[in-house]
Design a protein around this ligand. Structure first.
Ligand code: SIN
Ligand code: MN
Length: 258
């Protein structure tokens, strides 16, 4: 299903778009059934919170799990991004963020393209995230905070934070966040499992720790136009992929009828 003109305008002006209930409960069950197996893996792609137990991020799960591999080629995720980026896309990064009940740690304020430009030498912000909620995302379990219209600011000065959490990130300073949020406000898109959130790669975003008793698992596909592939291979291949072949979307029922 193509994004409508209203949706395209919303994405362009606000920098984000929530598509509610795009996947069925049966499709979510296929993915959720795989999580215990993935989260139990002690492999370098599976990063834990500072306690060494709760999973923060399972990187590149599409390379070692069949269901998540199919999700990485799902037409309901790939096609809207091809429409917005105007052409074929490859997978720059793929992650399942755990945000475990009582445990999921903060993500400090950042822009994803800030990291992709500085660490991976991605030429343009012609890349973006499309995220699928595997759990219901509420005001309690650490929803993403977005500063609407911040994607119009280009790449904002940032410092490399290697201390706050287990994952190094280029983060923005507090004064700049205050200015941007006083101007644009903050939104925290919420939705049922199966909802999809798209946001611009220069969108300033963060999330608070999850002190609720409910997990908040979200899968992020970071897709990049094939012409805009990264030029520097400093980070591990499973964090910043180097297969620039265009993704061929599968059939719409690929999760249920593989
Ligand atoms: C991210 O910004 O990459 C992740 C944020 C989150 O999952 O809360
Ligand atoms: Mn991010």
């Amino acid at each position: 299903m193509k994004l409508t003109m209203d949706q395209l305008v919303h994405f362009d002006t606000e920098g984000w778009l929530l598509l509610e209930n795009r996947f069925s409960q049966a499709e979510m069950d296929v993915l959720k059934d795989e999580l215990p197996r993935i989260f139990a893996m002690r492999r370098e792609e599976v990063w834990r919170e500072k306690d060494g137990e709760a999973v923060r991020t399972a990187f590149a799960a599409h390379t070692y799990n069949e269901a998540f591999n199919r999700l990485g080629r799902h037409p309901r995720l790939i096609k809207p991004v091809m429409q917005l980026l105007d052409g074929p896309v490859y997978m720059h990064q793929y992650k399942i963020n755990g945000k475990a009940a009582f445990n999921g740690d903060v993500w400090q304020w950042h822009q994803d393209y800030g990291t992709w430009a500085r660490d991976d030498l991605m030429p343009q912000p012609r890349a973006m995230n499309i995220a699928l909620f595997l759990d219901e995302v509420t005001e309690f379990n650490g929803p993403l905070y977005l500063i609407p219209r911040s994607h119009k600011q280009g790449v904002i000065e940032a410092g490399h934070d290697t201390a706050t959490t287990s994952y190094p990130l280029w983060t923005l300073d507090k004064e700049r966040i205050r200015e941007l949020a006083n101007e644009g406000g903050i939104v925290a898109p919420k939705g049922e499992p199966g909802s999809v959130l798209m946001f611009h790669s220069n969108m300033v975003h963060a999330s608070a720790p999850n002190i609720s008793p409910w997990d908040r698992v979200i899968v992020y596909l970071s897709l990049c136009h094939v012409d805009n592939h990264i030029r520097q291979f400093k980070r591990p291949e499973w964090i910043a992929h180097r297969d620039f072949a265009p993704i061929e979307p599968l059939a719409d029922d690929c999760l249920l009828a593989p």
